[in-house]
Design a protein around this ligand. Sequence first.
Ligand SMILES: [Zn+2]
Length: 77
Amino acid sequence: MDEKELISKAMAALGSRTSEAKAAAVKRNGAATRFQAKPLAEIPCDCVAGNDAPDSAHRATCPRGRAYRRRQKATAK
Ligand SMILES: [Zn+2]
């Protein structure tokens, strides 16, 4: 093994090393940024359809209708 190869292996080992503090930070950051989609039923309706109407019945101006269409578009891909 030449010097270059040895340094490369040493750096790879250092880079992939994990510590308790690092693992804790990853866990903490992951928990903070993980996206939780709100159930559509919890989004208040402000159009004529009403809170008990099916999601697709809401207008594009209604927060619930917008959320429904956005999610439909996102899952259609
Ligand atoms: Zn609505």
